[in-house]
Design a protein around this ligand. Sequence first.
Ligand SMILES: [Zn+2]
Ligand SMILES: [Zn+2]
Length: 467
Amino acid sequence: MSMPTSASAAASTFAAGSSPSDDHIMLELNIANQPFTLTNWYKKMNWISTIALIFPPVFGIYGFFTTPIDSRTFLWSVIWYFCTGLGITAGYHRLWAHRSYSASWPLRLALMLCGTGAVEGSIRWWSAGHRSHHRWTDTEKDPYSIRKGFFHSHIGWMMFKSDPKKKGRTNISDLNQDPIVVFQHKHYLPLMIFMSVVFPTLVSGLGWGDYRGGYFYAGLLRLVFVHHATFCVNSLAHWIGDQPFDDRHSPRDHVLTAFITMGEGYHNFHHEFPADYRNAIKWYQYDPTKWLIRVCHFVGLAFGLKQFPENEIQKGVVQQKQKMLDRCRARIDWGIPLDQLPVMEFDDFNEMAEQQNLILIGGVIHDVTNFIGVHPGGKALMKSGIGKDMTAAFNGGVYDHSNAAHNLLSQMRVGVVRGGMEVEIWKRAQREDKNVDLVRDTNGVPIIRANAHATKIPSPGTLAPAS
Ligand SMILES: [Zn+2]
Ligand SMILES: [Zn+2]
């Protein structure tokens, strides 16, 4: 969310050196790219925005200590806080910047007037910056990129000049079709002064005679709260919370940010589905901006509310969960993948087993040297299997081992036997169930589903039928 900036300084060029014949033309470093010094710091400041940010809190605090609070003025300040905040969230943001719904002219007029009272620049200027923020999130062209730090994304980007060459440009020609937007842009300054200070002062002054309280509380201090509440969308909502829809960029969902920003805190959802008129999709989540739009829709002031299909939203949720799962999977040692194990003949296995503690299960050779002593079934049982094909015994012939046992077994793999009977069974299992060891996650790690190990025989037929 944003505030007005002064006109950007155009980059200028000059001939390097004193000689006019010198053909080495260098670009002068834009003031935004020059380091801070004692002599240039004031040139780097965006003074209009800085004053608009500093004046209200300084004078507001003075007013707080010198003006008694009238309960009616306090209530009016809270009401005007919500009106001007919603003017930004429901008007500037969701209606004009994102066109997530349409509004009849009385609603557009009301949102424009309220939003103007939040002193965050004209709708055209604000929407251009916000569309850039969405288009170039977290990059150099993002006007309030969190990658440049919390302070920059909160207010720093307004206080200091930025390099115009790094500005991400967007199209806002659609906004020129709205006469209310054009009117506001043309007459922004008087409208802004009236809606931010004069109007709230007049309401409490003419209403109950509290001009001074209206000026300080409903005017200045209310403005400070609206400013920093909405600025939190650019800073806090890119700083704390979860990323249930996509984590490639910084936007996050957090209930605290939602409470501060009138529902704009479900920012991960918003960046993923910016054309949706909602930020919170669950009924119990705090999104008063969405509730206002719904009420306006109910009474016929708003229409064409855009909403992403639930099926599409769930796709993103599942994909993000899968991504997180893949990360967990990548941290786990699943044993040497079958396709990386040396392939040997059955006779070679027999020969090697005379020297080493090798057991064949499911066509896969396992070195059980370190496990003989700890096998729950006892040492003798393990030793009796050395050099043998224990597929049937492992899969129910002696004991139908657990999924965990197959997982553990995979850590002991040292080779596979070519064309072994169990390997053929494994191949058949793959044909019947395409998921078996054929699927790899996004990190290239084979996915072994529970009870789908190469060493697991789908339907052990070795048990003697009950008689
Ligand atoms: Zn954002
Ligand atoms: Zn947005």
